[in-house]
Design a protein. Structure first.
Length: 452
């Protein structure tokens, strides 16, 4: 550690100590984007920041190591520090993983940083905002139920009564987010009973991925404190809408910060620049493979259907297409223009891997000068299969097996993930599908046991 870095660490340590921090968490994520960590007393802060904390990858999901391999080490990012709002004597750090003194090839955060460096070499900063949808529930007779007994509407979206019934804990989450400087500008009751959404300011993609990871931890802990539980399962109820994590994306000039996706004179009327359209075209080209990462579970594909909610449509994309301010497309350009929203991403996704592959696809579209053709402004749910075929509109993957097959066959996947994580991801997710496929469900028992 250089003298300058040591001085910076001393200043950071002193600042944390002055705020009452006693312990620091050197945290990283597994293949699911779930946080893992070791806790270090502040007296050992310098050693932790220099990579003293070692982890056996073989003990974790999707960290491609044998039990005999050397441990990976966390190198915390000092710029990522967040003091836990619900436990202020603990500070959290997002970390990069190293192996034998070099960046670990299968580090999720490192994979995103590699693509961000590619964007930087092209003169871009990748800005990202993630809409966080989730359920807060209680257990009633061993089954999940909304916290409020009055949260029973068939169309509960924006329900004021439901929001106020949950005011205590939902505002505690919002205040915790704002205490960290996230600038929450809206929160509401979503379209499922017991479902909520928080919207907060966008930032650069690495910082947003760190915040998204921390957010899931924070919401779970605050809900637990009140005697409830939070779930980030994409589709916990068959007859309710699922939980998305829509990616709102734009590229900015790396020097000036100017939004490069905005064009008020856009002839297509979406207020999007040619660069933005090229970015969209790259994503559409690789959409099936991208889905394997941003919709990463068996359950994810029970959300990506046109119908399956008491309130009517699911609001989730089904087809490989884009449009203007139209929520039936995979990619939407909101009314104000200047950004692209990917609606296929769900709340269970690993934000580092998801941001990495979708950015890489968009950059390819820019490099190759691709064009996505004209936007779809109509309700895509209403077309017949024959009409969609005539227009050349394809389905997104309809289950995890299709998505993983697309991921495996797309050369972009290995380019972004690297060979080690690419092979691990395919192996791990293929096994997840196989485990699901061979499981005997309650539906099968009820339908077939006494029928045949």
């Amino acid at each position: 550690m250089t003298d300058t870095l040591s001085a910076q660490m001393q200043d950071l340590k002193a600042s944390l100590k002055a705020k009452g921090v006693k312990y620091a968490l050197a945290s990283f994520v597994d293949i699911h984007g779930m946080g893992k960590a070791k806790s270090v007393p502040l007296s050992h802060f310098e050693q932790m920041m220099a990579g003293s904390e070692l982890f056996t990858g073989a003990a974790l999901d999707g960290v491609p190591q044998d039990i005999s391999d050397e441990e990976v080490a966390t190198h915390p990012d000092p710029n990522s520090v967040m003091i836990l709002p619900w436990k202020s004597e603990v500070a959290w750090f997002a970390s990069d993983l190293y192996l034998k003194g070099e960046p670990f090839a299968a580090c999720c955060r490192g994979i995103l940083k590699k693509v961000l460096a590619e964007a930087a070499s092209m003169g871009f900063t990748f800005n990202l905002g993630i809409e966080t949808e989730f359920f807060i529930l209680k257990e009633v007779d061993g089954k999940p139920a909304p916290v409020s007994d009055r949260d029973t509407l068939a169309k509960p979206c924006y329900d004021l009564q439901g929001l106020l019934d949950n005011y205590t804990w939902v505002t505690e989450i919002v205040e915790a987010m704002n205490s960290l400087g996230w600038d929450v500008y809206s929160f509401d009751h979503e379209d499922g009973n017991g479902q909520f959404e928080t919207d907060f300011a966008y930032c650069d993609a690495l910082k947003m991925a760190d915040r998204f990871t921390f957010f899931r931890l924070m919401v779970k802990e605050i809900a637990r404190k009140h005697g409830f539980f939070a779930t980030f399962m994409p589709k916990p109820f068959a007859n309710r809408t699922g939980s998305g994590a829509h990616y709102n994306m734009s590229l900015a000039d790396i020097n000036t910060g100017a939004n490069l996706f905005y064009d008020s004179d856009d002839p297509r009327g979406c207020k999007l620049s040619k660069l933005g359209y090229q970015f969209i075209a790259g994503i559409l080209k690789h959409a099936p493979a991208i889905c394997a990462v941003i919709a990463p579970t068996v359950n994810s594909y029970k959300r990506l259907i046109a119908r399956g909610s008491m309130s009517g449509f699911t609001w989730a994309p089904v087809y490989r297409c884009y449009g203007n301010n139209n929520r039936t497309n995979m990619l939407r350009i909101p009314l104000a223009g200047g950004r692209v929203e990917c609606r296929a991403a769900d709340i269970s996704s690993n934000p580092y891997l998801g941001a990495a592959i979708i950015l890489a696809a968009g950059l390819e579209g820019i490099r190759d000068g691709l064009d996505p053709e004209e936007p779809h402004t109509e309700n895509m749910y209403k077309y017949s299969l024959e009409e969609l075929a005539e227009m050349g509109i394809q389905f997104l993957p309809r289950n995890l097996s299709e998505a993983i097959a697309a991921f495996a066959s797309d050369s972009l996947s290995e380019t972004v993930f690297g060979t080690l994580m690419y092979n691990t991801y395919i192996q791990f997710k293929s096994q997840e599908w196989e485990d699901y496929h061979t499981h005997i469900s309650d539906w099968e028992i009820q339908r077939y046991l006494k029928f045949f």
